[in-house]
Design a protein around this ligand. Structure first.
Ligand SMILES: [Zn+2]
Length: 389
């Protein structure tokens, strides 16, 4: 990737031909039309909230540096602001008076650019900016963006991808998945964890349609003029979830629904049975991970490890070990009942407690309790052989 440091462009140069879209709240062009101030993939202008725009002007008046600014140079010779959009929009709005704001002086009098004296105006306009211009592939720009992301406000993984693969596909997809006023957004956020404005709903939609290969998908579809595939897939997943589960409590949020859809959507489920089981498992004190309930049910209720089912407490294990060991010594056999019934050298072996594990006699998934009446100590090997039933 080619990277060049430019220090000769001034505030005046960048403000040349600046246009600001008041409705969308974003700066459009600068540098005499050669600079795209806010590419589609960038966040909206937010410096006007909380007075950061005023701070930019005060810094310029004091001669403080504005910090590094990053541009990408496109193949067509246009520049796009990669980092610095907020600062540029702030000073360009101030200087060009297209959507003016004022800074206050020591006596709290508002001062617009026009009301500054010519020395102050010149000081702002002649400020030289420190701009890195980079040219390269999407991959290179993304990697570089990740690096510069260490300073300044952190961008999310998907914001970085939107920058690297910006184009018609991202623009169209954002209109659906990054739009918090989308009427479906509330329903989507029942199941998806993240902030649509930070591109995290779009990220899930991409993750699902691409089966985890988001970059590949964005690269292939970069210049598509429609987003039908991702939209249809996303809707299918959402419809499927509601067709199986009634429950919409906090536990459903952030589950791997896209993966579940791929694995299980062809299986038939009895919704009233599913609802009953969800409620039973939510109420079961032995279930320590309620988030696992949905995949546990979808996958046929035979993987209790998804639920992190409560294990036997040490006091139960110790008591049961003592009982089994005493009995075994009296009979002259192993204290592991399975070893005891074998025909090898372990038939009479007395295992130490740390060589044994507690097992549910009747499996928890078949209704077995997690108390001493349902506890059996087995040697490690035999316990693992029984596995999770
Ligand atoms: Zn054994």
């Amino acid at each position: 990737m080619d990277k060049k440091l430019i220090t000769t462009w001034t505030v005046k140069d960048v403000c040349e031909g600046f246009t600001f879209d008041k409705n969308e709240g974003k700066g459009l062009f600068g540098l005499n039309g050669k600079l795209i101030v806010q590419p589609e993939y960038q966040r909206n202008y937010i410096y006007d909230k909380g007075g950061k725009d005023v701070e930019v002007i005060k810094s310029l008046l004091k001669g403080y540096p504005l910090g590094l600014i990053y541009f990408v140079k496109n193949a067509d010779g246009m520049y796009e602001v990669l980092d610095g959009q907020q600062r540029i929009t702030s000073f360009a709005r101030f200087v060009n008076s297209t959507y003016p704001f004022a800074v206050s002086d020591e006596n709290d009098n508002p001062r617009y650019f026009d009301s500054l004296n010519s020395e102050e105006q010149e000081k702002i306009l002649k400020t030289e900016l420190t701009i890195y211009v980079c040219e390269g592939t999407s991959q290179e720009i993304q990697e570089w963006f990740e690096k510069i992301n260490i300073v300044g406000e952190k961008l999310t993984a998907q914001e970085l991808r939107n920058a690297a693969y910006h184009g018609s596909f991202v623009n169209l997809a954002r209109k659906i998945f990054s739009n918090s006023s989308n009427s479906n957004m509330n329903k989507w956020l029942t199941y998806i964890k993240g902030d649509p404005k930070r591109q995290e709903v779009l990220e899930r939609a991409l993750d699902w349609v691409s089966d985890g290969k988001i970059e590949d998908y964005m690269s292939i579809h970069r210049n598509d003029d429609n987003v039908d595939e991702i939209k249809n897939h996303f809707d299918s997943v959402m419809d499927w979830i509601s067709s199986v589960f009634d429950y919409t409590g906090k536990e459903v949020r952030g589950r791997e629904w896209g993966k579940f859809y791929n694995l299980y959507h062809k299986n038939p489920y009895d919704k009233s049975y599913v609802t009953k089981r969800v409620n039973e498992l939510l109420a079961d004190k032995n279930v320590r991970d309620n988030n696992g309930i949905f995949e546990y049910i979808l996958s046929g209720e035979n993987r209790p490890q998804l639920l992190d089912v409560r294990l036997f407490e040490d006091s139960i294990k110790t008591a049961k070990y003592a009982m089994q060991t005493q009995e075994a010594k009296e009979k002259g056999c192993s204290n592991c009942p399975i070893c005891a019934s074998s025909n090898n050298s372990n038939k009479t072996r007395i295992w130490k407690i740390e060589e044994m594990d507690a097992d549910h006699v009747t499996a928890w998934s078949k209704g077995g309790a997690t108390d001493i009446s349902n506890c059996e100590m087995l040697c490690r090997q035999h316990n693992q052989a029984k596995g999770n039933r």
